[in-house]
Design a binder for this molecule. Sequence first.
Ligand SMILES: [Zn+2]
Length: 342
Amino acid sequence: MTEADPSGAEGEQSSKLAAGAGIHRIAVPTPFLVGRVNCYLIEDDPLTLIDTGPNSGKSLDELSRALNALGHSIEDLELIVITHQHMDHLGLLEILARRSGAEVAALHLLGPYLENFSASATADDAFAMEIMRRHGVPADLATVLGSVGASFRAFGSSGHVTRPLRDGDDLVLAQRTLRVLHRPGHSPSDTVFWDQARAMLIAGDHLLGHISSNPLISRPITGEPATGRPHALIDYIASMRATRELALELVLPGHGEPVTDHRALIDERLRMHERRARKLLQMLSPNPLTAYELASRMWGNVAVTQAYLTISEVLGHMDLLIADGQVLERDDGEVARFAPAQ
Ligand SMILES: [Zn+2]
């Protein structure tokens, strides 16, 4: 998948609106299925780059040329802001920070995570292996998927966060103030930046226009002892509802084109999750099923090639149904299975 088709006149209008605010979208290539990732250059004091693209020569080259075309260079960057922990968004962090000497701002939870990216990613992979084992993914498939994941790790990067941000903080630039809002769900560190005066939101992967954001089950990064499985979709829905309340004219997402009607988009996403939960509920039988069995029934072969993504989806919707009293989770100490509540 590459970039979404520009949405015609409206897309052009949105880009003009953003450019008028001194924000330029730079879509950098990634080796991932999602296609290009959006970095945003904010021409302000300090000169700010939101997200970096993955750690690859091709991405660095394209980013560098795009900055040049706008009359800047990597060395000119004064502040780098990271929206979340995924490597397509932060892989060039170490290189860009070293070459520019820019400050690095990110959610405070990301500081320890980024100090040693490789160790964090290894811990994430071990966590994912345990989730897959517990939810019925065959061991040989989990092993193959684990090694595929590890082979992509070099696209990430460590980095030193010099300005840790907290939910509700203001990131103040000369010509604008960005309110920092923690919006976990797609990842535990999702952070969005709200320019209240311009009714604009820089959203990372919290809200995407052309595809729904994956509520991946991720290893908690709060440092507190884990209490059961993380509830990524429940968190994500709460985050979307909070974003729905913001007054916004333009959302600048981490992939694809700008979003102009965030409430309609969020309502559509919420309905999609309700539909999916209902469909999965209908697939349940008195004979309890694992998340992997449910994913295979729902998505066929995609449940094999994208086992982690699809069991994350199933578990998220089981969590909604459990919270609603419609499903029970039974755990024999080895494998968890789901059945209708009555
Ligand atoms: Zn992401």
